[in-house]
Unconditional design. Structure first.
Lengths: 264, 373
């Protein structure tokens, strides 16, 4: 590992195959010293980058970001020039992650705030159990396609799938999409085959209000990857929302609750 | 939580040069060592193909001995089945950190030629080799055959991948196919025989995950004379592969359709889509080979003399990435493990669940491939 200062409050770390503990420790030290931008070069799968730091620091990653990039992220902005692996934005709280490439499985797991933009495809189980509360609304936007279990058990937030690189006849999303979804909203550019959708959701066409949200959310994505917003919005979107806020309520709830009419 | 890929650890890596050109062990060593975090130092191993070109016509037996005194008994069994052409202790280097964990066993390698008169009626040469392996593993105390193919070998033990790689001097070998594994034992003990790869004849397997259907699979292969003696689930996958591929001569895709069978609803969908033949075939494979289906979360790499095949369980509960650069195909648990040895591959992708990545040598077509007899 090699660290050097390239400008005022800007540092560069050449990571190579240095252990993630050492790299992350160094990042924390530099942030504590007032660094505003940290450029990581030659990243080979170092995990947990960006976690444990608060504030407005910007981290640039050149190489392949390791698992759980930005886990519990609380403020920083991370930009990856390359691909990311599994668990991008796991349980993220605030901040922004931009990946200029593809990302792996279980991204955005339990995410509760902030924004994640992935330029390419994502793997399986992306956006599972995303949450939202009042004005804390996480947004996860995928420019490419997604694998199975997209938005499984989703409880809040906004999950947007664009499939911009999709070839004719190719599925935009895999099986078990939105299974057990009970909160939040999912927008898919194009159609989702009925057989892939969970029983707990309903599909709608987008209305004025939805287009306003999409326009607002996609603005950042369009700027990040330099794709015209009108081009993204040139195709109709499918809106997927849950039928019930408690799809399994009756399955687990106490008999008393059902009998007394408190649980429907 | 099953869906969280890091929890059960284990890392795997594979390299195949489709031209059959030799690659130094240094590359696989660097690749697997970069994923050290995925293991806990309780098991690592390598498999290499094309490492014994001068002895390519003989079966190379790598045998692990708890005590050097057991060698005479192994020798006695081998002499019953084979003409032993050459035998030697596998050279190892001193790695002090390894000795803090366990006392390493002794490793012997034998180059052998099957005796015609040792064959039972109806038995092929491969059957004889399999029987010899089972006899030693099951019958000779403290001795385990860890590989038994031609022009290939397995090297494994209790340690981190760099420790095991240094111990066996992996960087000194050159092969056209390499597999490697770093282990995080969960359900079964971390011992020298339980490290990956698992091999039989020239099949080698490395595995990340667990086979929850182990009981069913074990009983199934035992009906065909295989004996599971290495105290871990992965072993059974090697034997199922041998049974389906070599003995039953199933086409390569059918083998994987049996081991990671599609769900019934997906099979029904083949029919809806008008693919009657595929529907019938998938249905039959699922019914006939039900006990060969591997359940549970896994990613696996299979290697044999003609190539490497990587595949996932059908809902992809373990990570698996593949890449191509020129004539070389890479597979690993993490993309970074590929980029460490090949920074800019032409293509990198995350294969779909249950869909095998088949990387064969150029001279093999998928149909002709490798029913060895």
């Amino acid at each position: 590992m090699e660290v050097r200062q390239i400008a005022e409050k800007v540092y560069e770390i050449t990571c190579g195959t240095t252990h993630y503990r050492i790299v992350n420790q160094k990042i924390k030290e530099l942030v504590a010293e007032g660094a505003e931008r940290i450029v990581l070069k030659e990243v080979y799968g170092q995990r947990y980058i960006g976690t444990g730091i608060r504030g407005n620091v910007k981290i640039e990653i050149h190489g392949t970001a390791g698992n759980d990039l930005g886990i519990f992220l609380y403020g920083p902005e991370i930009e990856v020039f390359g691909n990311a692996q599994d668990g991008v934005g796991n349980t993220m709280m605030a901040g922004k992650i931009i990946v200029r490439g593809h990302a792996g499985d279980v991204c955005g797991y339990g995410m509760r705030g902030g924004k994640v933009y992935i330029e390419g495809d994502v793997g399986y189980r992306v956006g599972i159990h995303m949450k939202g509360y009042k004005n804390l609304i996480p947004t996860f936007i995928v420019g490419g396609k997604a694998g199975n279990f997209f938005g499984e058990y989703m409880a809040g937030g906004r999950l947007i799938l664009l499939g911009l690189n999709r070839k004719p006849g190719e599925d935009i999303v895999g099986d078990y999409c939105a299974t057990g979804m009970h909160g939040g909203v999912m927008y898919v550019r194009g159609e989702v085959p009925e057989r892939y959708l969970g029983k707990e959701v309903k599909v709608f066409e987008t209305d004025e209000e939805d287009m306003k949200i999409l326009r607002e959310e996609l603005k950042g994505f369009s700027e990040a990857f330099n794709i015209p917003l009108d081009e993204i919005l040139s195709e109709p979107f499918t809106k997927i929302v849950p039928v019930s806020a408690r799809p399994y309520g009756r399955m687990y709830a106490h008999r008393w609750g059902i009998a007394s009419g408190l649980i429907k | 939580m099953a869906c969280y890929s890091e929890m059960s650890g284990c890392g795997l890596a594979g390299i195949v040069n489709r031209d059959g050109k030799k690659i130094s062990g240094k590359f696989i060593y660097d690749s697997i060592t970069s994923m050290k975090e995925r293991g806990n130092g309780m098991g690592a191993g390598y498999a290499a193909y094309g490492i014994y070109p001068e002895m390519a016509e003989y079966y190379a037996f790598h045998v692990m001995l708890d005590d050097i005194n057991y060698e005479s008994e192994v020798n006695a069994v081998l002499n019953r089945f084979f003409k032993v052409v050459k035998k030697e202790i596998i050279p190892t280097k001193s790695v002090p950190s390894l000795y803090k964990k366990t006392k390493p066993p002794v490793f012997y390698r034998y180059f052998v030629e099957p005796k015609e008169e040792a064959k039972l009626p109806m038995e092929t040469e491969e059957d004889l080799v399999v029987r010899a392996v089972m006899t030693i593993n099951d019958g000779v105390k403290g001795a385990y055959v860890i590989s038994s193919g031609k022009n290939m070998g397995a090297f494994k033990g209790v340690g981190h991948p760099d420790e095991i790689g240094d111990f066996f001097e992996i960087k000194e070998y050159e092969g056209y196919i390499w597999l490697a594994h770093t282990r995080f034992p969960t359900n079964t003990p971390g011992w020298w025989g339980g490290a990956h790869p698992f091999t039989l004849l020239d099949w080698a397997i490395v595995h990340n995950g667990e086979i929850t259907s182990y009981g069913t699979n074990k009983r199934y292969v035992e009906m065909f004379g295989y004996k599971c003696t290495l105290l871990t689930d992965t072993e059974v996958a090697a034997y199922i592969f041998d049974l389906l591929f070599r003995k039953h001569k199933l086409p390569i895709k059918a083998v994987f359709a049996a081991m990671a069978a599609p769900f019934w609803k997906d099979i029904e969908y083949y029919k809806e889509r008008g693919e009657e033949e595929l529907y019938e075939m998938a249905k039959m494979i699922r019914m006939i080979y039900a006990p060969a289906m591997l359940n549970g979360p896994f990613a696996m790499l299979f290697a044999f003399k003609d190539g490497v095949i990587g595949f996932n369980d059908r809902i992809k509960l373990r990570p698996f990435v593949a890449a191509v650069n020129g004539d070389t195909v890479y597979m690993a648990s993490e993309e970074s493990a590929i980029r460490v040895i090949c920074p800019e591959p032409e293509k990198v992708w995350m294969p779909k669940a249950g869909e095998p990545v088949i990387a064969l040598l150029k001279h093999c077509s998928e149909d002709s491939v490798c029913h060895p007899a």
